[in-house]
Design a protein around this ligand. Structure first.
Ligand code: HEM
Length: 390
């Protein structure tokens, strides 16, 4: 009879690569679930295949070849039966096919590099959540997602190259506590289940993708988007005061947006995002929406700005303006600055008349905003399909 130790090695050789590979998969899945950042994922994937396809097979083969010995007792018959059975059931697969598929596995699986289809899945998941979670504000988290993407990006300073969407530093105090960011926890929390579902995406990419998705899902223009942002730690938080103060005038608007690198036309186009959402007394202190369809992206903000008569609101809150016709809409002092300043006003009038021009120019400038200061490795931008496309 063959040596039982030889038989055990034979069984090990047949069974272990399968069992241990599956154990490695289970372990790495558990690791993926518990790993918050994307940077570990590629390493785990490649390690998994390195262990199952190469490491285990090589070591068991080496053991089998070097430990053949003389026949010993007859008590190994049962072990042989198991071994032969295993060879019949799984071993045949391993020897006849396993070699090829293992090689293919080893060759094909490098570090995980998400492709456009993977980002489309993230987009779809955000769009689905927007459609499901309608019990919020005017029925959509879309506007607050746009504001999150803007406040994450609008800290950029072109002189020092600091700030911008790369880093997602609003996850940390003190940036999360800056007055301008009040209320954005709702948007960050909204995206947490998406991050859990796709742990490989950085928060910085996710927040900007959330903004692009919200614009598109709320009937706005297409926002081509590209990945490549990396999360940074608390030390990259920007100082308070980089985002605009709604109580100020046109000089302030120009100062803040020039610091990011925008010209007058781009500033006006960007602020047209106030077609979406509303002000909240418990966040900024201001109150109310800018138009009657705050969950649909339109050029209404500009039309109302030039066509309505705006009076200062009489109340105990901060200075804001209200429409003469209904008294239910609002404008911020910085919004009014866009018609007080003649260089700003010409763009307001143009966008009020020409929705297509606004959509096109808004898309270009929003793409620019989301990319400020990001060291991209690719020029390729993705255009995502909306939830209502074929
Ligand atoms: C002078 C520039 C700007 C000022 C002073 C300003 C100020 C404000 C304020 C005070 C609010 C209300 C926040 C709240 O109470 O919830 C708000 C909301 C909003 N802002 Fe701006 N903003 C400016 C530019 C922009 C830009 C460039 C964008 C996007 C491209 C934007 C998108 C939004 C959106 C979508 C909301 C609604 C958020 C919601 O409904 O929760 N804003 N903004």
């Amino acid at each position: 009879m063959p040596d039982p130790s030889l038989l055990s090695l034979f069984v090990l050789h047949i069974l272990c690569p399968l069992t241990m590979a599956s154990a490695a998969r289970t372990a790495s899945r558990a690791f993926l679930r518990s790993t918050p950042t994307s940077s570990f994922r590629p390493a785990v994937r490649s390690t998994r295949f390195a262990i199952s396809a190469n490491g285990l097979r090589t070591s068991s083969r080496r053991g089998y070849a070097s430990e053949a010995g003389p026949e010993k007792s007859g008590s190994s018959a049962g072990l042989w039966a198991v071994a032969i059975g295993a060879l019949g059931a799984g071993g045949a697969y391993f020897y006849l096919k396993g070699d090829d598929s293992s090689k293919a596995q080893a060759q094909a699986k490098g570090p995980f590099v998400p492709a456009q289809a993977d980002y489309q899945k993230v987009y779809d998941a955000i769009a689905q959540r927007l459609a499901d979670e309608t019990d919020y504000d005017d029925g959509s988290y879309g506007p607050v997602l746009v504001r999150l993407a803007w406040h994450a990006s609008g800290t950029y300073d072109k002189e020092t190259g600091t700030g911008g969407s790369n880093g997602a530093t609003m996850r940390f105090a003190p940036e999360s506590d800056h007055g301008a960011n009040a209320g954005l926890k709702a948007a960050r929390d909204f995206l947490e289940p998406i991050k859990a579902q796709f742990p490989w995406i950085s928060y910085s990419d996710l927040w900007t993708l959330g903004g692009a998705c919200a614009i598109q899902e709320l009937s706005g223009p297409t926002i081509p988007w590209r990945p490549g942002r990396e999360d940074r730690d608390v030390s990259a938080c920007t100082p308070d005061g980089r985002l605009p103060d709604a109580a100020k005038d046109q000089r302030h608007v120009r100062d803040i947006f020039s610091r990011m690198g925008f010209d007058d036309r781009e500033m006006v186009a960007l602020i047209g995002a106030h077609a979406l959402g509303r002000c909240h007394t418990d966040r900024s202190g201001y109150d109310g929406p800018w138009n009657f369809s705050p969950t649909v992206f339109t050029n209404e903000f500009f039309r109302l700005l030039v066509e309505e008569k705006w009076n200062q609101k009489k109340w105990n809150g901060p200075t804001q303006f209200t429409d003469k016709s209904t008294g239910t809409l609002m404008m911020l002092p910085t919004d009014m600055a866009l018609i007080k300043d003649k260089n700003f006003k010409k763009h307001v009038e143009r966008y009020a008349k020409d929705s297509d021009a606004f959509f096109k120019e808004f898309s270009d400038v929003f793409v620019k905003l989301l990319e400020l200061g990001v060291p991209f490795k690719t020029d390729e931008r993705f255009v995502f399909k909306t939830s209502d496309s074929e």
